[in-house]
Design a protein around this ligand. Structure first.
Ligand SMILES: Cc1cc2nc3c(=O)[nH]c(=O)nc-3n(C[C@H](O)[C@H](O)[C@H](O)COP(=O)(O)OP(=O)(O)OC[C@H]3O[C@@H](n4cnc5c(N)ncnc54)[C@H](O)[C@@H]3O)c2cc1C
Length: 457
């Protein structure tokens, strides 16, 4: 796919990957061999009819490609950009046995972007809202909430999304940077969900302004909780409160949602040093590092305690970051932060690490090499170690069973929780995961809610 060159793209926040031109898309789509077993569909958590939409591209019937895509996936422009297809549909592609798999994600993006330009309404099913006369509340407007809301609206329910922030989209809006997922794409797909008749109430913190129990008493027949895992985790090592140390959540929210990179046009500032060190190995760490580079840091370093093979970030984005000049220091783990007399961070004392026997995640356990301490200089540090659910909903909702790590316990197939009338899905039940797994959970919960509302109420 055409991309901005690394030299150009580090100077702006515009999208890196430019999308397939039509003839490239057609050429790629025509590689699909339309195998009867359709393993790619099995690999897709929302079961998109991949051969069907690819066939429509080959037949130059893009409205039909949009219709097929959107009948299973309400957020194709988002998925086409950020889904880890390499471990899902593309990993199952028959072509992958002998060479490169079909670029399903890029073709999905091509179709979604075509629809955006041509303002085609072919994908929108006519909203049936109010026909069933039952109201469902969806808490959180990330991919889990959006898909659950869209599917329920398509089934004829009157759906209201309650979102704590001033913009809908969850991590898609406040976490993933513009250069990977432009906000106009997220907004267009949120607007599509709204076009199905879904009402969105922004700046509504459920658990503060209204509780889940109040929603159930106020006429909502069912509640879906898709509140994500937005609380940052820290290292809990000496010096972590020094000035200049951000959580990746705060850093990325300032940059993406509050547009700090356009300060003073937008009012949220961001303080970025010359030497930035990001701690972590996932998508969040890589995104934070690439944002820091675009904010004119001179050197940006990512330190990760395992090796590259274990990094959870998408391979493509690690490659993009490397080409942009991000320095990955692997098998390194912080021991303590070091600061100056003013309380500003100046560096991190780190250990060199080795790899031991596999731990409970199946990955080799990182092991400290005794006596290996060394200093990594830094004047800004971004901690991107993962996230856990915010406890607000669990603390304010009776009868909701919560796991030790703070996630809501819900049935994996249906999303049903321990509380009558309440379902949950996405990162709030799994811990930090992926967009498509959150979408799949939203879809399964919508089906289960529909069954329950028809059969048991
Ligand atoms: C920087 C970053 C990069 C990522 N990159 C990728 C990627 O490339 N590919 C990928 O597949 N995944 C990626 N992920 C992970 C992915 O974005 C998440 O797994 C996914 O967004 C989870 O969706 P969700 O709907 O469960 O929750 P979220 O997207 O977190 O949405 C939850 C929403 O609920 C709202 N909320 C929370 N509490 C309340 C409340 N009490 N009342 C009302 N609203 C509330 C929040 O404000 C938020 O809008 C990334 C994550 C981050 C942070």
């Amino acid at each position: 796919m055409p991309k901005q060159t690394p030299e150009d793209r580090v100077k702006n926040f515009d999208e890196v990957a430019q999308g397939y031109p039509p003839d490239w898309a057609l050429g790629e789509a025509s590689r699909c061999i339309q195998c009867p077993k359709q393993p790619c569909v099995t690999g897709c958590p929302v079961e998109v009819d991949i051969p069907g939409f690819i066939r429509a591209i080959c037949e130059l019937d893009l409205p039909e490609a949009v219709r097929i895509l959107k009948s299973k996936n309400s957020l194709p422009g988002i998925c086409g950009r950020v889904c880890p297809q390499e471990t899902q549909c593309e990993a199952m592609c028959t072509l992958a046995k002998k060479g490169a798999p079909l670029a399903v994600g890029r073709l999905e993006r091509f179709v979604a972007d075509w629809e955006l330009v041509h303002k085609s309404s072919v994908g929108a099913e006519s909203p049936l809202a109010k026909r069933r006369g039952k109201k469902v509340a969806v808490v959180g407007s990330g991919p889990a909430g959006l898909v659950c809301a869209a599917d329920l609206a398509k089934l004829g329910y009157q759906v209201t999304i309650f979102e704590a922030l001033h913009a809908a989209g969850g991590v898609l809006m406040y976490g993933i940077p513009e250069f990977r997922l432009p906000k106009r794409i997220v907004q267009a797909e949120v607007d599509y969900v709204k076009s199905l008749g879904v009402d969105t109430k922004l700046d509504w913190v459920v658990g503060r302004i209204i509780s889940v129990d109040e929603l159930l008493h106020d006429g909502f027949a069912a509640v879906f909780l898709g509140t994500g895992a937005g609380s940052p985790m820290f290292l809990n090592i000496p010096g972590e409160n020094l000035s200049g140390i951000y959580s990746a959540n705060e850093f990325l929210t300032r940059v993406n949602l509050m547009k700090a990179y356009l300060f003073p046009e937008y009012r949220t500032p961001i303080n970025i040093g010359k030497v930035v060190v990001v701690i972590g190995g996932g998508n969040v760490a890589v995104d934070a590092a690439r944002c820091a580079l675009r904010l004119r840091a001179k050197e940006v370093r990512v330190i990760y305690r395992r090796s590259r093979a274990e990094m959870p970030a998408r391979q493509e984005e690690i490659e993009n970051a490397t080409a942009e000049g991000i320095d990955f220091r692997l098998l390194v783990n912080p021991k303590r932060f070091i600061g100056d007399e003013m309380g500003n961070v100046t560096g991190i004392e780190c250990y060199e690490m080795g790899l031991g026997a596999p731990d409970e995640t199946g990955r080799p356990r990182p092991v400290i090499k005794p006596g290996s301490e060394f200093i990594v200089p830094a004047d800004t540090v971004i901690v991107a170690l993962g996230t856990t659910p915010n406890p607000l909903i669990s603390q304010t909702t009776e009868d909701l069973k919560i796991a030790k790590q703070g996630t809501i316990i819900a049935d994996g197939r249906t999303g049903q929780t321990s509380k009558r009338g309440v379902w949950a899905g996405g990162d709030i039940t799994t811990g930090a995961a992926t967009v498509i797994s959150a979408m799949g959970a939203g879809r399964r919960a919508a089906t289960a809610i529909d069954t329950w509302l028809r059969d048991f109420r």
